[in-house]
Design a protein. Structure first.
Length: 331
């Protein structure tokens, strides 16, 4: 029997318990198990490193939710060393410090706890039929309510018959796939950069052009196509201006959606209503590392590339420090 997925809700202080309990409640709606850990990156950096190492060894699929207010060092520190995905959901809401990390600190950002719950379900839907069923039911429930509201306003009876995505078995050796979805081919340099960064972690990627504004029906069909995939999938939404693509895709998908807009710090990726659960990462290099963390337990090649990347940067820092110390000793 496959190990049950786990979300670790990590906070820098127990003063944020109402926010942490809210996250736990939202995750439970999707049958996702969770546990709360308190560990401050500022006050207990060594212990935080040990906590991350503990979950890196877990035999369960893991996602961490970083919940630190003020300067969110927790998410950035955790996401550098983790071999699992880290998503920031700070207790103080739209916290810009979660969004400006350097390459290597690959935490994504989601503002609303309800969307954290759904994003985790999308992350783990191929691991658990129960989670997939809860996710599918959630998608259908809101669509049916909208159809009923429209029918009532127009004195009609809602047609009914709306069904959610069906569970698809993903083979243990299936190669992960990142779908880079853009609203226009005018953004090809950005899309090619993402594809190049993903290749560094041995992740297959394909580019799709489909505008949410100009081709909403086709976008829905494209998402439905990947919902049926027998490969583990993550979609990267790349739409500038008002990013309707990521919000629409993440509402309908049974896989995680991460926004990485070509115009950088695009606030429209961050303010979606509950149900549109796309996460946000600004830098293509961090999108690639996040994808590697999503897929590491699915692919030995991806896991090896991820671990090498983590070790490489730490080694460079240690060498730089040692060179400076040698220079100081001989001065």
């Amino acid at each position: 029997m496959a190990a049950a997925p786990l979300v670790v809700i990590a906070a820098g202080s127990d003063s944020d318990m109402p926010h942490l309990d809210n996250l736990k409640k939202e995750l439970a709606k999707f049958k996702v198990e969770s546990e709360i850990r308190i560990c401050s990156a500022h006050k207990q950096p060594g212990r935080l490193e040990s906590v991350i190492a503990e979950y890196n060894k877990s035999t369960r699929p893991v996602m961490m939710v970083g919940c630190a207010g003020g300067t969110d060092a927790l998410s950035g520190t955790a996401s550098y060393s983790a071999t699992f995905p880290v998503v920031s959901c700070p207790p103080d809401g739209m916290n810009q410090t979660c969004l400006t990390n350097p390459p290597g600190s690959s935490n994504a950002f989601i503002c609303k706890p309800a969307n954290i719950g759904k994003f985790a379900a999308q992350m783990f839907a191929t691991h658990s039929k129960d989670i997939h069923a809860a996710l599918s039911a959630s998608i259908v429930e809101k669509i049916v309510k909208l159809e009923q509201a429209d029918a009532k306003l127009n004195g009609k009876t809602a047609a009914g018959g709306t069904t959610g995505p069906e569970f698809v078995e993903v083979a243990a050796d299936a190669k992960p796939l990142a779908v880079i979805a853009a609203g226009s081919d005018s953004d090809m340099p950005h899309l090619e950069t993402l594809k190049k960064e993903l290749a560094k972690f041995k992740i297959d990627a394909e580019i799709r052009i489909c505008s949410a504004h100009k081709q909403p029906g086709r976008l829905q069909s494209v998402i439905s196509e990947y919902n049926k995939s027998t490969r583990p999938v993550m979609l990267v939404g790349c739409a500038g201006g008002t990013d309707a693509l990521s919000g629409t895709a993440s509402y309908l998908s049974t896989f995680p959606v991460v926004s990485c807009p070509p115009d950088g710090m695009n606030q429209t990726c961050l303010t979606n209503p509950p149900g549109s659960s796309n996460a946000f990462i600004c830098k293509p290099a961090n999108v690639a590392k996040f994808a590697a963390q999503v897929f590491a337990r699915r692919s030995k090649d991806v896991a090896a590339a991820l671990e090498a990347s983590i070790a490489e940067k730490i080694t460079k820092l240690e060498q730089a420090d040692e060179q400076l110390r040698k220079k100081a000793r001989t001065a």
